[in-house]
Design a protein around this ligand. Structure first.
Ligand code: XUL
Ligand code: CO
Length: 462
């Protein structure tokens, strides 16, 4: 493969080449100085220990591990060289030759599974092109992909680690510059279909309970050259094909669509929870899809994460979570590790109220900062995210157990529990009956929303 092509393939990862070092390391230990991470409690000052995440500890009737269902992202852990738009990758990956070859792809697999074992994360997620490269032909691409999938299966069996969801990268290769299923070029649609078919096959083989579609480039740069109606129709047709294919091979996993408003496109069709739900409903797809909500995408959409989660939950469509956070001072998808307890508490409050995940989990779609280039930083990053969610879980469980916020909200709406409010909710009231009623009462007296009091109360729990 010529070097230009190789650079393109590497740069879709936004990542640049991993810093090259000798790759003659012992195969058994890729992280030789890192112990298996265990719970040592809040008083421990060991940075290679959990201070709050205690996998077997029971909180609100289930172990922490069952509640949180942590996942690690193959693309960030194994393929992210930590490049940014202004500079190449810095990450030290001594196991990686930097080549887009099958051998190099196969060599990464044991590294990743060793990482999962040492960090004590049960699940992982991947894109097809994270785990194996493009070949000279599409057939060769698929052949290499299934070889790597076979090796992943062996390592899953050896380690007990599980796939949370699979997906296809339909945004990195130059052929997807105008979109994948929304490309104006029908051959590109066909290539996307071919990739998705193979990625669903792999997800099925690996026992993944979910399969994700993130728009990637399913949107537009400008409306001046875009037939939006046709593109959105094509996207819906594509998703219907995926549903039909899954059925035909007996794959019963949950499909997810992952909202994000922009980047890389100016506008993406899967822009936020509400837009995704509307699209799924309009095209008869809602019964087949749930949403995979990502914190940094919510921020980019101008919403809070809790807003996005509630919109999804209200439609019974919250499936999974890509856990990360953005940066208030940087306007792009920084994919930082979640360390904000206020944020994790707000996520866990919704999850507990929903009754927890079924097929989904908390996938760390997060990367280290470019300056954190050493392999041990992968551990610090995940430990921090896991501890932050463990604290969020415990705080949320206590808040729900105490019931003080729920009680306040219930009382706030209690005028709908009986009388005229109950008539409105039951549908028996009309404009005329309300006109009659309103003219017979004193002007409405409002109660305070007590936002500041409740914010103080929330801080008391933190
Ligand atoms: C991109 C993003 C993706 C999806 C999977 O912002 O979040 O990595 O999670 O394609
Ligand atoms: Co994501």
């Amino acid at each position: 493969m010529d070097s230009r092509k190789k650079n393109l393939l590497v740069s879709w990862l936004g990542r640049g080449n991993p810093a090259r070092q000798s790759h003659n390391l012992p195969m058994s230990e890729f992280f030789p100085n890192i112990p298996t991470i265990k719970y040592e409690g809040p008083l421990s000052d060991n940075p290679f220990a959990f201070h709050h995440y205690n996998p077997e500890e029971i909180v609100a009737g289930k172990s922490m591990k069952e509640h949180l269902r942590f996942g690690a992202a193959y693309w960030h852990c194994m393929r992210n060289g930590l490049g940014d738009p202004f500079g190449e990758g810095t990450a030290l990956m001594p196991w990686d030759s930097g080549e887009e070859t099958l051998d190099n792809a196969l060599n990464r697999v044991p590294v990743f599974f060793e990482f999962l074992s040492k960090i004590d994360i049960d699940y992982y997620c991947f894109h097809d092109r994270d785990i194996s490269p493009e070949g000279e032909t599409l057939a060769q691409t698929h052949e290499m992909f299934h070889k790597v999938v076979e090796k992943m299966e062996t390592f899953q069996n050896q380690t007990g680690k599980k796939l949370l969801w699979g997906t296809a990268c339909l945004f990195g290769h130059p052929r997807y510059a105008h979109g994948a299923s929304t490309s104006p070029n029908a051959d590109v649609f066909a290539y996307s279909a071919s990739q998705v078919k193979n990625a669903i096959d792999a997800t099925h083989r690996l026992g993944g309970p979910g399969y994700t579609f993130w728009g990637g480039r399913e949107g537009y740069g400008s409306l001046i050259n875009t037939d939006m109606k046709r593109e959105v129709d094509h996207l819906a047709a594509f998703l219907h094909m995926a549903v039909d294919y899954a059925k035909s091979i007996g794959y019963t996993g949950q499909f997810y669509i992952e909202p994000k408003p922009r980047e890389p496109s100016t506008h993406q069709y899967d822009s936020d929870s509400a837009a995704c739900l509307n699209f799924l409903r309009e095209y008869g797809l809602l019964e087949h899809f749930k949403l995979n909500i990502e914190t940094n995408h919510a921020t980019l959409a101008g919403h809070t994460m809790e807003h996005e989660l509630e919109v999804a939950m209200n439609a019974d469509a919250l499936g999974s979570i890509d856990a990360n956070r953005g940066d208030e001072l940087i306007g792009w998808d920084t994919d930082q590790f979640p360390t904000n307890i206020y944020g994790t508490t707000n996520v866990m409050l919704r999850l507990l109220k929903m009754g927890g995940f079924t097929t989904g989990g908390l996938n760390f779609d997060a990367k280290r900062r470019r300056e954190s280039h050493e392999p041990e930083d992968l551990f610090h990053a995940h430990i921090g995210g896991m501890d932050a969610f463990a604290r969020g879980l415990k705080i949320a469980a206590k808040i729900i157990e105490d019931g003080r916020f729920d009680e306040f909200v219930k009382t706030r709406y209690s005028s709908y529990d009986e009388g005229i409010g109950a008539d409105i909710e039951s549908g028996s009231a009309t404009l005329e009956s309300l006109d009659h009623y309103a003219q017979g009462i004193n002007p409405p007296q409002l109660s305070s929303g007590r936002q500041e009091r409740l914010e103080n109360l929330l801080n008391d729990y933190l």
